[in-house]
Design a protein around this ligand. Structure first.
Ligand SMILES: NC(=O)c1ccc[n+]([C@@H]2O[C@H](COP(=O)([O-])OP(=O)(O)OC[C@H]3O[C@@H](n4cnc5c(N)ncnc54)[C@H](O)[C@@H]3O)[C@@H](O)[C@H]2O)c1
Length: 266
């Protein structure tokens, strides 16, 4: 494949599983030196080994994205060991099942926001100076369609709407450091994050114009686009990767319902 990230060093959070693992693998195929990070150490080491077995350059490092100290350790380590960082993907995230506004406990709210929103904040704040000193680069944040439309899981949705805010403010502040900051907003993606929510997965696939969920690899390709020079004139942008759910989903459902009538009167 095209070596779009040749000579680049990239850090991906939440890379032991799902989309983060796919992004790390695709980045390595595109020529990057990839640092995978996560709290699931065994799975992360295995992902890094699989990339090395395939001829790519990869290392695993433990990083709880909610920890300021761990961010400092990992970024210091990258500066010492590699002397540069060009790309940061803030991908790590957790759901909160059944988290409606009236039954969300404060400790669950705080925990989710500390991972899904404070994590990317700490990541951008800690990594940006090294990316600047490396000549600039790109940061890609992982939001969700739950941050593009109203959603029923309050803490999760709030964290993903927050991703849009920090993406835009960081893009504005870091443009002079030659750092682009964008966000990808996946719809349904078949990963462990949603595998227990069987009814939700089926309903969301049914309500998506493409009538299916995405693979992690489909999301990774868009993240690669945002991380490499192909998107060199794009910053502060939200990209939905959702099979049409947010942009055409409302009227698609209306059209589908009308077309199902015997005498369509549209
Ligand atoms: N799967 C979907 O349908 C979907 C849809 C929209 C957005 N997303 C978002 O995509 C991102 C990736 O999720 P996924 O679907 O690949 O799920 P996943 O569960 O497969 O992967 C998430 C990874 O994050 C790691 N993680 C959890 N807490 C962490 C922490 N404190 N520090 C570091 N790593 C931590 C997990 O160990 C796991 O490896 C998340 O931000 C999620 O909110 C997922």
């Amino acid at each position: 494949m095209d070596q779009k990230l040749a000579g680049k060093t990239a850090l991906v959070t939440g890379a032991s599983s799902g989309q983060g693992a796919a992004e790390a693998s695709l980045f390595a195929q595109a020529g990057a030196r990839v640092i995978l990070s996560d709290i699931a150490d065994e799975a992360g080491e295995a992902q890094a080994q699989a990339i090395r077995d395939g001829g790519g350059e990869a290392q695993y490092r433990h990083l709880d994205v909610a920890s300021e100290d761990e961010w400092a350790n990992v970024i210091d380590g990258i500066a010492t060991d590699f002397g540069a960082l060009n790309i940061l993907v803030n991908n790590a995230g957790v759901p909160l099942r059944g988290g409606s506004v009236t039954n969300t406990k404060l400790e669950d709210w705080n925990r989710l926001l500390s991972i899904n929103l404070t994590g990317p904040f700490l990541g951008i704040r800690t990594a940006a100076p090294l990316i600047r000193d490396s000549g600039g680069g790109a940061i890609v944040n992982t939001g969700s369609i739950a941050g593009l439309t109203g959603h029923f899981a309050t803490a999760y949705s709030t964290s993903k709407w927050g991703i849009r805010g920090i993406t835009k403010s960081a893009a504005m502040e870091l443009v002079d450091w030659n750092i682009r900051v964008n966000a990808v907003h996946p719809g349904l993606v078949h990963t462990p994050l949603v595998e227990e929510s069987v009814d939700f997965v089926q309903a969301l696939a049914d309500q998506t114009p493409m009538e299916r969920g995405a693979s992690s690899e489909e999301i990774a390709k868009v993240v690669l686009f945002l991380a490499c020079d192909d998107s060199g004139y794009i910053t502060g942008h939200d990209i939905a990767v959702d099979g049409g759910f947010t942009d055409i989903g409302g009227y698609w459902r209306v059209l589908k319902q009308v077309m199902a009538q015997p005498d369509q009167n549209i």
